[in-house]
Design a binder for this molecule. Structure first.
Ligand SMILES: Cc1ncc(COP(=O)(O)O)c(C=O)c1O
Length: 427
C-alpha cells in the first residue's frame, strides 16, 4: 500500500470523505487522492516521493509558483513576531492601501479569511446598501458555500432558487435568482420581472468553476448597463480572476466597472485570506462604520497579510510577469488545443490569460448547459494518463488549469507533446 493510500484510509475514518474540501477527492476520476508532502516552484511532491508538474497551484493563489523565497521569508519574519493579535496592524493598512491605490473602483476593502466569506459579506453589503433582497447569480458559477449561493437552479432561468445542498433551508435561497451565463436576455427578463427588488447581480467575470468560460463580447458590459438601469449593484467575484488576469483583474482586463469586488486565495499567496471591496459610499455601510454587520477574529491575520502583501507587491512592481505568463499560457493552451483537436471527437480547449480547460466535447462551451456536454468519462481517462506521467491537473472536468510564472516553456511543451500522443492515438 502506498503512503497516500495508507493516509487516505486513516483520513476516511476521521475526516468526511477523507478530505477537507470535496474538490480534493479523486472519486470522479476513479483514483485515491495523493497526499502532498511539499511543493516548490512549479512542482509538488507527494507522500510517496513522486514529483508532479502542478497545474492546480492550490486552485489559484500560487501565481508566482510554490514556496516563493521572498514570500517564505516574509512569512518567517512575521511568525517571529507572534501569530495573531486580534488587534489592528500596520500590514492591514498597507495591503488595503496597495489594493485601493491600484485597482479601479476600490476605495475601501475589508479582509476576511476565505472567498466564501468575501462573497457572503459582499452580498450582505449590497442588500444593506440597496435595501433590496434579491440577487441574481449565473448557473454554473460558484461563489463559495454560503447558503444563499448554493443554487444551480436546474429547474430553469426564471425559477426562484432551489437549494443544491442538503441542509440549506428553502427560505435561504428564495431570493436567489438564476440566469444563464453569457445570455443577457435571461438577466433582462429577471430585471423586468423584479425591477425594484434586485440588490445585486453577482458574476464570475470569467466563469472558472464550469471549466473555463470566458465572457462573450458585450456580456459584462451588458450586465453593467442593466445594473445601472435598475439601480442594482454589479458584483464581480474575482476570487479566481483577481490579480490573475492582470493586476486589476477582470475590471482591468475587460474595462468594465464593478460596484463590489470579491477576492480570495491569490491575495493571501496561499494563506487563508479573502477580501471584498468597492466604492467608499458602499463599503462605508460595513460595521463598525455602518449598519451591515461583518466580523472575523482572525481577519487580517499578521502572518497572512505579510504573505499577501509580498505577493501583491512583487506583481505590482513587475508588470512583465503578467505579460510573460499570459503569452506563455497562450502558447501552451494553443498547443494543447491542437493536440486535442487530433481526437476524432473534436475535443478542444477554452482559455484566457493563464486559465484554461480541456473539454471533452465538440460543442463550443459558452455556458453551463454546453459545459455539461463534456464527456466526463473521457476526461477521467485523460486524467489518469496525464497524471501518471507526472502532471497534476484538477481531478475534475469542471475546474481550471492555473499556470504560474514558475512553469517553463519546456515543461509545458512536454505536456502538450504527451497530449498530442494521447489524442493522436484516439484517432
Ligand atoms: C469564483 C469563486 N468564488 C468563491 C469561491 C470560494 O472561495 P473559498 O474556497 O476560499 O471559500 C471560489 C472557490 O473556488 C471561487 O472559485
Amino acid at each position: 500500500m502506498s503512503r497516500s493510500e495508507e493516509l487516505f484510509k486513516r483520513a476516511c475514518e476521521v475526516i468526511p470523505g477523507g478530505v477537507n474540501s470535496p474538490v480534493r477527492a479523486f472519486g470522479s476520476v476513479g483514483e485515491n487522492p495523493r497526499f502532498i508532502a511539499s511543493a516548490d516552484g512549479g512542482y509538488m511532491t507527494d507522500a510517496d516521493g513522486k514529483r508532479y508538474l502542478d497545474l492546480v497551484g492550490s486552485w489559484g493563489p500560487m501565481i508566482l509558483g510554490h514556496n516563493h523565497p521572498e514570500i517564505r521569508e516574509a512569512v518567517i519574519r512575521a511568525c517571529e513576531k507572534g501569530l495573531s493579535y486580534g488587534a489592528a496592524t500596520e500590514a492591514e493598512v498597507e495591503i488595503a492601501e496597495l489594493i485601493c491605490s491600484t485597482v479601479r473602483n476600490i476605495g475601501m476593502v475589508r479582509m476576511v479569511n476565505s472567498g466564501t466569506e468575501a462573497v457572503m459579506s459582499a452580498i450582505r453589503t449590497a442588500r444593506g446598501f440597496t435595501g433590496r433582497d434579491k440577487i441574481v447569480k449565473f448557473m454554473g458559477c460558484y461563489h463559495g458555500h454560503s447558503d444563499a449561493l448554493l443554487v444551480q437552479a436546474g429547474s430553469g432561468v426564471m425559477t426562484a432558487g432551489v437549494p443544491d445542498s442538503a441542509g440549506v433551508p428553502a427560505g435561504c435561497t428564495k431570493d436567489t435568482l438564476s440566469a444563464v451565463y453569457n445570455d443577457l436576455s435571461s438577466v433582462e427578463t429577471l430585471f423586468e420581472q423584479f425591477p425594484q427588488e434586485i440588490a445585486a447581480v453577482i458574476v464570475e467575470p470569467v466563469a472558472a468553476n464550469m471549466g473555463v468560460v470566458p465572457p462573450k463580447k458585450g456580456f459584462l458590459e451588458g450586465l453593467r448597463r442593466l445594473c445601472t438601469k435598475y439601480g442594482a449593484l454589479l458584483i464581480f467575484d474575482e476570487v479566481i480572476t483577481g490579480f490573475r488576469l492582470g493586476y486589476e483583474g477582470a475590471q482591468g482586463y475587460f474595462g468594465v466597472d464593478a460596484d463590489l469586488v470579491t477576492y480570495g486565495k491569490i491575495i493571501g499567496a496561499g494563506m487563508p485570506v479573502g477580501a471584498y471591496g468597492g466604492r467608499k459610499e458602499i463599503m462605508s455601510m460595513v460595521a463598525p462604520a455602518g449598519p451591515v454587520y461583518q466580523a472575523g477574529t482572525l481577519s487580517g491575520n499578521p502572518v497572512a497579510m505579510q504573505a499577501g502583501l509580498t505577493q501583491l507587491r512583487i506583481l505590482k512592481e513587475h508588470p512583465e510577469i503578467y505579460i510573460e505568463l499570459n503569452a506563455k499560457a497562450d502558447r501552451f493552451y494553443t498547443g494543447l488545443d491542437a493536440a486535442a483537436s487530433k481526437s476524432p471527437q473534436g475535443y478542444h480547449v477554452n482559455h484566457i490569460a493563464s486559465l484554461g480547460c480541456l473539454y471533452f466535447t465538440k460543442d463550443p462551451v459558452v455556458d453551463y448547459a454546453s459545459a455539461k456536454t463534456s464527456d466526463t468519462k473521457a476526461f477521467a481517462q485523460w486524467f489518469r494518463y496525464i497524471f501518471e506521467k507526472g502532471y497534476y491537473i484538477a481531478p475534475s472536468q469542471f475546474e481550471a488549469m492555473f499556470l504560474s510564472a514558475a512553469h517553463t516553456e519546456e515543461e509545458l511543451g512536454k505536456m502538450a507533446e504527451a497530449a498530442g500522443a494521447y489524442f493522436g492515438a484516439l484517432a
